[in-house]
Design a protein around this ligand. Sequence first.
Ligand code: NAD
Length: 474
Amino acid sequence: MVRKLKLLIDGQWLDTQNARPVINPATGEPEAELSVARSEDLAAAAAAAAAAFEKWKRVSALERGNMLRKCAALMRERAAAIGELITRENGKTLAEATLEVQWAADYFDWFAEEARRVYGRVIPARMPGVRQMVLREPIGPSLGLSPWNWPVMTATRKLAPALAAGCTVILKPAEETPSGPVELVKLLVEAGVPAGAVNVVYGDPAHISSELIASKEIRKVSFTGSVPVGRHLAALAGQHLKRITLELGGHAPVLVFDDADVADAVAKLATFKFRTSGQVCSCPSRFFVQEGVYDEFVERFRQACARQVVGNGLDTQSTMGPLTSERRLHAVSAFVDNAVAQGAQLLHGGKRLGARGNFYAPTLLGDVPPQAQLMQEETFGPIVPVVRFQRYEEAIALANGLNLGLSAYAFTASLATAQRLSEDIQSGMVGINSMAVSIAEAPFGGIKDSGQGHEGGQEGLEGYLNTKFVSQAG
Ligand code: NAD
């Protein structure tokens, strides 16, 4: 049975004439069909978000927080059912997809509390009888553009801070994986978020983003996705003077030093590398290993690759599902072929698995030359390219060599090295003997071409707030 997904505009679920299929990446079969938003639907969504904003911004922060907390509780309750929808459209394993929903619930809890901490301040006056205040106010209706790799988590990172701040939202989830975000929005409605405060559209991404960024109602845009699309949206936002938060690609370097616990490093890195088949912006992506532990590292990673069970994410035996789209399958194959042609050693995998579905083997490449394309561009796949280094300075230069800076990881037993590299690495987040760089209470965001602004932490509300100065004389 193919599910029919409608648009949500001003509290009404709407069907349009046009439809687009949603494909299961494990089977190639259609899973769902989504309504395609037309210009008049987008105008209606913008008008609904603007009208609802006048009411939503006046709902107390306490009450807004209560609704968000209720949504978090509902997410935890229904995590497995929503997780199954994610698996059917994204491909990741059911265990991972269920965890994604539970983990996203943390963000609603976090922002429910942060809503109550949107503090202003009082500035000492120059004259008696004068009160000078700084107020923080919601910026207005926002447009959230979320991707397909973590459909519920990334939609949450748009919805939770916006609603907590008192902003309304038009969410455009990725057309590849819309069902999880749609279920999430239904939970928000069930938790009491009023009509028009949250709207859902999908269809043609370029049409939607160009019309809504230009619309007079939208004040804020938040996008998670690729660098080229981010650049395009930033230009549109600049043209229309809209505030924008961008969470774009990374190509996370990993530095493994001679004094590291290699078994611990490989166990942690492999878990994070093969999650969502490597289609994660913060996943470890370029591996620089010091000469003394290179052989041990490569052998342990080869074993970790061999332990992966690649299959349909709904099968409980599977530890890694397919890539989400055929586009990714071709991109990943091309990266590996190019690296091998440039002289990299293929130590494991390196091929598509089966003829049906977008399955690709966990792939380990040794002594990868710097000119290989995958050392320059984000691979977004289950590829582990390993390069040797000798000196600290060489490793830092390799890590900082790209114009990207989302996350970076290092493994060392030396406190001095840990402290030094935490300052030397050009990156928004750094994990040292740890992969935990993405949690609700911490700021998540990139530098250089990896983006601007933050999602999560105290910083997560900033993008949704205006600052107003009030000078009041008696
Ligand atoms: P892509 O550049 O074709 O598309 C990325 C996403 O942007 C898609 O969801 C698409 O629907 C959307 N998009 C495209 N044009 C748009 C427009 N004009 N307006 C609004 N949205 C638009 O890339 P892809 O093949 O889907 O993904 C591969 C790359 O995307 C990866 O290499 C990675 O860098 C990036 N990506 C990053 C994240 C992240 O979490 N930062 C998530 C998904 C994809």
